[in-house]
Structures are given as structure tokens and as C-alpha cells.
Design a protein around this ligand. Structure first.
Ligand code: CO8
Length: 264
């Protein structure tokens, strides 16, 4: 897909290797319709295909919302089969983000509700603006989450807090989200993007394969016994000694210089 074909989002390289996807339906508070979800999926694949890509950031356009959920107008009249199918479109995009070879950071500016919160939680971690408002208000619309929120929220904040948020449908602000571990940092809204890019630059200095291993291991920790997870860690640790970046990283240390990683 050509970048020009992305009508529902912008793709920009902010710094060498640091890519930003900006959802672009500000008038609908960046609500996720099928087209947005499909373009988001294609955009991730497109960015991953850039050989020098190192870190991906996702945010929402405008100053009000990251994404205020799946598009309610588009969903409203669906029958059960259509709704299930739409849910699968969203699930596929969320899985694609989660399994990306790149570290993915959500920059949450404003409303981050329903499918928006599910999108943010499919990223490796969330940085929030001080005006962020998180929630899974699906029950207020008569439905449970449909893009993985019932599974990812408990993994982020624990089952008790997840149940409270899912059952009340109430929103939490950035400070509360920080306290429950839903987001990692809170910044003044005007600084969010810059601080996110700074963090991405720090990450991008590290060895790409080691980053991918860390990402997979953290994800595996949610589903595996500690024995299996530690076995996987040993395997990936061993595997990393077959990379040029391991040699470079440890040689640079002994030579008292900064490592230059290539991903090889
Ligand atoms: N879908 C479609 N349009 C939306 C959405 C949405 N989720 N959220 C906001 N908009 C639109 C509004 O309709 C409005 O459009 P218009 O100007 O044309 O009337 C525009 O965005 C601005 O919204 P408001 O005027 O409502 O702005 P406010 O500042 O007054 O309120 C809120 C902001 C509180 C965010 C309010 O818009 C709101 O409550 N939005 C809905 C939030 C919500 O319930 N989200 C969850 C949706 S369900 C979901 O995400 C399930 C995911 C799984 C789906 C599975 C598929 C089957």
C-alpha cells in the first residue's frame, strides 16, 4: 500500500527510525471504524517494511482524543454475525500491533475509551497526557468489549480493578490510570509527543533483536508458568549470542565506547 492511500491516518518519520501513526478522524474523536482499523493494520506492515524502522508511536489527531472507541454509528445496526466479524477485524489489528517486530508506544491524548483503550493496551506501554481519560464504557451501550479489552485490561491492572472498570463503565483520569498501572507516565499535554519521541530514541539505541526478545518475553509472562517463561528466556538469551549485536554490545563495553547496533 502506498502512504498516500492512507486517508484515515498520517504516517510520519519523526526521527531516523522513529515512526508515528496519527489516527485522523478528529471530528469523530478518532473513533475506530472498519476503514481506520484496516488502514492501521496496513500502516503497521508498511512501517515494519522500512528496514531502518526501530520504534512505532501511535497517537490521535486533535487535542481531544486518542480514540473515543469503536465507531458507534457504524456498529449500531449490525446483526450478531456482522458484529462478530467487525470484532474480528479489530482483534486482528490489535494482534498485529502486539506481535509487531517493533516496540510500540501509545501516546494517549484525551479520550481513550472502549476500542481506543483496547488499541492503547495492545501497544507495549502507554504514555498519557494529563488530559487523558481512560475507560471501557461498553456496558453502558449494552455490550461487552469487542477488541480484546476483557483480556488485556486484567493483564494490565489485575482482575479486580479490571472488573470494576468493565462493570461500572466509569472513566479514570491520567493520574488514576498511572496509579493502577494502566499508563506508565503522565506528561503535560503539549509535551506528550516530544517526551514520547525522547523515550523512543532511548529505546532505538538498543539492539533491535534484544528489544524484540524482551517484548515477546514480557508478553509470554502473562500466559506461561514461570518455569516455561524462564526456559523461553534462556533460549532467547542463548540465541542472542548468535547475533552481531551481542558481539558489538559487549565489545563496546570492554572498549569503553558506545555500541553501534545494526540489527544483525
Ligand atoms: N463512535 C462514533 N462517533 C463518536 C464516538 C464513537 N465512539 N465518540 C464520539 N463520537 C462523535 C460524536 O458522535 C460527535 O459527532 P458529531 O459532532 O457529528 O455529533 C463527535 O464525535 C464529538 O463527540 P461529542 O459531541 O459527544 O463530544 P463530547 O466532548 O461532548 O463527549 C465523549 C465526548 C464523552 C467521548 C462522548 O463522545 C462519548 O461518550 N463517546 C462514546 C464513548 C464510548 O462509549 N466509546 C466506546 C464505544 S464501544 C467500543 O469501543 C467497543 C469496541 C469493540 C467493538 C466490537 C465491534 C463489534
Amino acid at each position: 500500500m502506498n502512504v498516500a492511500a492512507f486517508t484515515q491516518l498520517f504516517i510520519t518519520e519523526q526521527q531516523p527510525g522513529i515512526w508515528l501513526i496519527t489516527l485522523n478522524r478528529p471530528k469523530a474523536l478518532n473513533a475506530l471504524n472498519r476503514q481506520v482499523l484496516e488502514q492501521l493494520h496496513s500502516a503497521i506492515v508498511w512501517i515494519e517494511n522500512q528496514p531502518d524502522a526501530r520504534v512505532l508511536l501511535i497517537t490521535g489527531s486533535g487535542d481531544k482524543a486518542f480514540a473515543a472507541g469503536a465507531d458507534i454509528a457504524e456498529m449500531k445496526d449490525m446483526n450478531a454475525q456482522q458484529a462478530r466479524e467487525f470484532s474480528q477485524v479489530g482483534m486482528t489489528t490489535m494482534h498485529r500491533i502486539e506481535s509487531s517486530r517493533l516496540p510500540v508506544i501509545a501516546l494517549v491524548n484525551g479520550f481513550c475509551l472502549g476500542g481506543g483503550c483496547e488499541l492503547a493496551m495492545s501497544c507495549d506501554f502507554i504514555l498519557a497526557a494529563d488530559n487523558a481519560l481512560f475507560g471501557q464504557p461498553e456496558v453502558t451501550l449494552g455490550v461487552p468489549p469487542g477488541f480484546g479489552g476483557s483480556q488485556r485490561l486484567p493483564r494490565r491492572v489485575g482482575p479486580g480493578m479490571a472488573a470494576q472498570l468493565l462493570l461500572t463503565g466509569e472513566k479514570v483520569n491520567a493520574e488514576q490510570a498511572l496509579n493502577i498501572g494502566l499508563c506508565n507516565q503522565v506528561y503535560p499535554a503539549q509535551q506528550l509527543q516530544e517526551r514520547g519521541i525522547d523515550m523512543a530514541i532511548t529505546i532505538a539505541k538498543n539492539a533491535p533483536q534484544a528489544l524484540y526478545h524482551c517484548k515477546r518475553l514480557v508478553q509470554a509472562s502473562a500466559d506461561q508458568s514461570i518455569e516455561n517463561g524462564c526456559r523461553m528466556e534462556s533460549d532467547l538469551f542463548g540465541l542472542s549470542f548468535a547475533t552481531e549485536d551481542q558481539t558489538e554490545g559487549m565489545t563496546a563495553f570492554t572498549e569503553r565506547r558506545k555500541a553501534q547496533f545494526t540489527g544483525a
